[in-house]
Design a protein around this ligand. Structure first.
Ligand code: 5RP
Length: 222
């Protein structure tokens, strides 16, 4: 599995052009993208800047001496990000790492968005992976009720090596919501964000330009 993540992460890094501003996604697959961009900075002397989507990608960029910047300073040329599920129309579920709010902001603003993932992430219909929804902590009860009314089974994401709920990089909670098959992700993305207390949900629709899959048979460009 990690070889497939590495293959597609490294392949995406080869798309990077000198001088570009990069959106740096979050997760175990984008880890390899950032690593390979860092190697290209070191070995080829390409000059790029990164806009991190989490503390994880910020720290990785620093480790690899990729200068970081912000959306206030620069526009994103190319964002590369991972996914938890990818459907045939390139709609996504993201947020397995609780970073989907900043990921969506950076990915949405990019001139080009490339998703990298191992082949296990390809699905016919989104929804086997519970949908992450970042919420304002004070809104747990009303948002949970609203999500249950929409047919979701809701769990507050709990920390590992931390008692109590996961706190996002933005200081919020994450609800993982099992809806079953999500037949209309475009509508659902908008409906969920209309609930007061919801900061952002993990559906990414109509955003992706290219998908690079790491598989047992090598890298596939979709
Ligand atoms: C983080 C994300 C990740 O991109 C997603 O969870 C995929 O992660 P990985 O590459 O580790 O499988 O959305 O919020």
């Amino acid at each position: 599995m990690s070889q497939m993540k590495k293959d597609c992460g490294y392949a995406a890094a080869e798309l990077v052009k000198d001088g570009q501003i990069l959106g740096l996604g979050t997760g175990s697959t984008t880890h390899y993208f950032i690593e390979k961009v860092g190697m290209r900075v070191r070995d080829e002397g390409i000059e790029v800047m990164g806009i991190p989507t989490s503390y994880q990608s910020f720290l990785l960029a620093k480790k690899w001496n990729i200068p970081v910047t912000t959306l206030d300073e620069h526009e994103v040329d190319l964002a590369v990000d991972g996914a938890d599920e990818i459907d045939p129309n390139f709609n996504l579920i993201k947020g397995g790492g609780a970073a989907h709010t900043l990921e969506k902001i950076v990915d949405y603003s990019a001139k080009e968005l490339v998703i990298i993932a191992d082949e296990s992430k390809l699905v016919d219909v989104l929804g086997a992976f519970p949908l992450p929804v970042e919420i304002i902590p004070e809104s747990v009860s009303p948002v949970t009720k609203a999500l249950e009314d929409m047919g979701g089974k809701v769990e507050i994401r709990m920390g590992q090596f931390k008692d109590g709920p996961v706190i996002t990089d933005n200081g919020n909670f994450v609800l993982d919501v099992a809806f079953g098959k999500i037949e209309n992700p475009i509508h659902m993305e908008k409906d969920l964000n209309a609930i007061p207390g919801v900061v952002e949900n993990g559906l990414f629709t109509e955003m992706v330009d290219k998908v690079i899959i790491g598989s047992k048979d090598g890298v596939k460009y979709l």
